[in-house]
Ligand binder design. Structure first.
Ligand SMILES: Cc1cc2nc3c(=O)[nH]c(=O)nc-3n(C[C@H](O)[C@H](O)[C@H](O)COP(=O)(O)O)c2cc1C
Ligand SMILES: [Fe+2]
Ligand SMILES: [Fe+2]
Length: 401
């Protein structure tokens, strides 16, 4: 198939996209599909950078064959051993028997686990460590370890000759490749929210490790980023690196309020609407509101990364937190979302308890501020509750200033 594209004279995109997949990693809705990127370097030696998911197997092998144009395949570098990129390692090794699999020791171990290998590929591995290089003729490739920039075995590869960073899952995004492979061929700014949803949900928990990678990257000149999902980035490198820096350090880009509520009969929603109106009346812009039962957590999580103030409003449910809110809170905790200011609204008809339960959970997160003012609703907001909403709005505004 000829849906390959040249990135440089000797580097070719041979990945493929899936637009039928409903949930990436069985969790994340991908309404615009997803791409699985793979690259072929044709130097004196030929080098394949990662493979693809099994859903695009046939396209990948057609592309690989076409791009090789009769040359043999010498190396396969595995930057990330997660099956969305590595599903074709075994078949590739079998089809191109002279190949060397270039990876680190941890990756080798995972490859053997995933493919249930005993010793069949033993002589095929070439194990690399931090700073090791591979010379392919014109190009010199350097390996840089990036543990936990999604998985523990992750590394990235830098092509010193053309200043290209093969960044594994870092700098990737949801969304298929629609012919336009490069960031300068699309309206890149409009895609930033999807870069955010991808980063925050998939790698967001590992801010510290992402920072370590960003610090290593500071010392090298990067002209092109070739990630494992999404566009090849060459025009907006500074912009996306800055975004990553903010996300990795849990820096809120918006000084405003995100209100996430759950509501069965409408009263908790009504309370959230009253609060939003009071805040807006006091001049707060860009307020965001989510019905947690209606929007997938991944969208709310990525917006929480951006907002400075988060209000969670829930109905009490079987003496606990409403189920969808509880799921969201578990996601927030597992993504370790720091440096936020939180407030809580609870509703309950006989024994409202979820406000304190939510507070207890959120207070486990490092560097968290919780506003003292809690609002309690009993079935629907009465006079006291309405006064408390006004007080909560004031407390939020004070802390915003
Ligand atoms: C399945 C279910 C379980 C509930 N469990 C509790 C509870 O344990 N304690 C309580 O005070 N209210 C409980 N409630 C009542 C709601 O929390 C209460 O009616 C609240 O006002 C609903 O707010 P809403 O109008 O925003 O849906 C429960 C309601 C439902 C539907
Ligand atoms: Fe991954
Ligand atoms: Fe991935």
């Amino acid at each position: 198939m000829e849906n390959t594209r040249n990135i440089t004279e000797d580097l070719i995109y041979i990945g493929a996209s899936d637009r039928k997949i409903a949930l990436f990693e069985s969790v994340y809705p991908v309404p615009n599909g997803i791409s699985y990127n793979s690259y072929l370097l044709k130097d004196n030696k030929t080098v394949l950078f990662d493979t693809v998911d099994k859903s695009v197997e046939e396209s990948f092998f057609e592309n690989l064959k076409y791009a090789l144009g009769g040359k043999k395949l010498d190396y396969m570098i595995i930057n990330h051993m997660e099956p969305d990129h590595s599903a074709m390692i075994k078949r590739t090794t079998e089809l191109y028997p002279d190949i060397k699999i270039v990876c680190n020791q941890k990756t080798k171990q995972l490859i053997c686990q995933f493919f249930n290998l005993e010793n069949e590929f033993e002589n095929k591995f070439q194990i690399v460590k931090e700073g090791d290089t591979l010379n392919t003729g014109k190009h010199e490739l350097t390996f840089v370890m990036a543990p936990m920039v999604h998985w523990p075995e992750v590394m990235v590869t830098y092509d010193k000759t053309d200043k290209i960073l093969f960044s594994a899952d870092a700098f990737g995004s949801f969304g298929a490749i629609n012919g336009n492979l490069f960031d300068d061929e699309v309206d890149f700014a409009s895609l930033i929210p999807e870069y955010g949803r991808y980063y925050t949900n998939i790698v967001g928990k590992y801010g510290m490790q992402v920072n370590m990678l960003l610090n290593k990257a500071k010392n090298i000149e990067i002209k092109t980023i070739c990630p494992l999902h999404g566009l090849v980035i060459r025009k907006n490198i500074e912009k996306i690196v800055e975004k990553y820096y903010n996300w990795a350090n849990y820096k809120s880009s918006k000084k405003s309020v995100l209100i996430a509520y759950t509501s069965v009969y409408g009263s908790t929603q009504n309370t959230a609407e009253i609060l939003a109106a009071k805040l807006a009346q006091k001049g707060i812009c860009d307020i965001k509101m989510y019905d947690v039962s209606m929007t997938h957590d991944s969208y709310i999580i990525s917006d929480i990364f951006e907002y400075s103030h988060i209000v969670l409003a829930s109905t009490t449910y079987n003496n606990g937190i409403f189920v969808n809110m509880e799921n969201l809170i578990n996601e927030i905790i597992s993504h370790n979302i720091q440096n936020k200011i939180w407030a809580f609204i609870e509703n309950g008809s006989w024994a409202p308890v979820c406000g304190d339960l939510m507070r207890e959970k959120i207070s486990q997160i490092k560097n968290t501020t919780i506003l003292d003012k809690k609002v309690t609703i009993k079935s629907s907001p009465d006079k006291t509750a309405k006064e408390d909403i006004v007080k909560l709005a004031e407390a939020i505004i004070n802390s915003l200033n």
